[in-house]
Design a binder for this molecule. Structure first.
Ligand SMILES: Cc1ncc(COP(=O)(O)O)c(C=O)c1O
Length: 373
């Protein structure tokens, strides 16, 4: 029987993800629109966004927080191209994006002393292979596999090397060991439900020290330069963005961050995402034909929840048909997994998603599965 109850909101995309509950364009401050990003008002709004980010994500006071062009990709590129080179590099990869960073370091930067630590889909690689004397590049949450590192315990606190982390699908939905991180990239389009546009880069004092003492041998486009004539460009992290940002996106992000703070900050956001994973876990436990792409429960993501069909794990046909049918029914948009990963459905479970909506969606997947198979 076709379920009667529908999700109130059918947005389950893994990026850009659903807006916060109660979001409306009318709530955005428009006083900055049409103003210069170098005006004191404009810089004030950028600084306000940075302060809210620091507050909500509980970033240490001595870390630098800046807006970078090019979304998470831009922030990650700025980090990789500015910081890597002097030490061997461990590359930990377990999803499509992790392998894109591997490509950059291997093929574009052409670094020689590289240690690739990866694995087959569904598993975390052997993290004990990571060496504290090497720089480390990894993606915290694999958006395209639904696999996440469970914590930062595997990262040595007294590292010589820097830790460069793509944290886009994890931040705002997980507690994050900032003191073990040196360069963290993300953007606004994931767990906090902001607009896609700009990236954010968070740098530790050790990363800044590397910028001050090391100049990469390759040319660096201005968009990704974090130094000027050998000096650290501190002003980027004080609201003077490299180029012109969109104030519409900035105001939207301020709205999203303010919502996060208003409902109780990071613990509340994490609890919402965990509750979302829990309802899916209960359903998967009771449903013989579906399983998590993540083999081990401890590495299951609560944001990008990836599920595959036990009867045809290597076949895209079934997930494609189910995603199409549910979109036509208007109950779930954008739940087909990333097509460069293995076949799966992907339900976003970040904190902007209402658990009641996810709960309402699951019987629809059961219904669609029965109808199609
Ligand atoms: C793990 C990961 N890294 C990087 C990106 C790229 O993000 P952006 O489009 O904000 O640059 C994504 C986007 O989905 C992602 O999931």
């Amino acid at each position: 029987m076709q379920p009667i109850l529908r999700p109130q909101n059918p947005h389950f995309s893994s990026g850009p993800t659903k807006k916060r509950p109660g979001w409306s364009l009318q709530h955005l401050n428009t006083a900055s629109l049409g103003r210069s990003h170098r005006s004191s008002y404009g810089v004030g709004r950028i600084r306000h966004l940075i302060a809210l980010t620091r507050d909500l994500l509980e970033i240490p006071d001595d870390y630098y927080v800046g807006i970078i062009p090019g979304s998470c990709t831009g922030a990650m590129e700025a980090a990789l191209w500015s910081l890597l080179g002097p030490l061997p590099v461990d590359l930990v990869a377990f999803d499509v994006f992790g392998h894109l960073w591997v490509h950059d370091v291997l093929r574009e930067l052409q670094l020689q002393d590289i240690h690739l630590i990866d694995t087959i889909p569904g598993f975390l690689p052997d993290l004990s292979l990571v060496k504290p004397t090497h720089d480390l590049v990894f993606t915290w949450n694999g958006t395209t596999t639904g696999i996440t590192v469970p914590n930062g315990n595997w990262i040595n606190s007294n590292r010589k090397g820097l830790v460069i982390c793509d944290a886009i699908s994890a931040l705002f939905a997980t507690s994050f060991p900032w003191h073990k991180m040196d360069a963290v990239a993300f953007s606004w389009q994931k767990a906090i439900g902001g607009e896609a546009a700009h990236g954010m880069l968070v740098l530790s004092p050790r990363a800044v020290e590397r910028l001050k003492t090391y100049t990469p041998p390759w040319p660096l486009p201005r968009l990704f330069r974090l130094t000027h004539e050998g000096q650290f460009s501190k002003e980027i992290f004080e609201g003077m963005t490299i180029n012109t940002p969109s104030f519409l996106c900035i105001e939207d992000c301020i709205d999203a961050l303010s919502w996060g703070i208003s409902i109780g900050g990071l613990p509340a956001l994490i609890a919402r995402s965990k509750a979302n994973l829990s309802v899916v876990e209960e359903w998967v436990d009771d449903t013989p034909w579906i399983e998590f792409l993540a083999h081990d429960a401890y590495s299951r993501s609560s944001t990008s929840i990836c599920l595959r069909f036990t009867e045809a794990p290597k076949d895209w046909e079934l997930p494609m048909a189910i995603a199409k049918l549910l979109e036509e029914e208007g109950v779930a948009f954008d739940i087909l997994g990333h097509t460069r990963s293995v076949p799966h459905l992907r339900l976003w479970g970040g904190p902007t998603i209402e658990t009641s909506d996810l709960k309402a969606l699951l019987p629809w997947i059961t219904w669609a599965h029965k109808k199609i198979t």
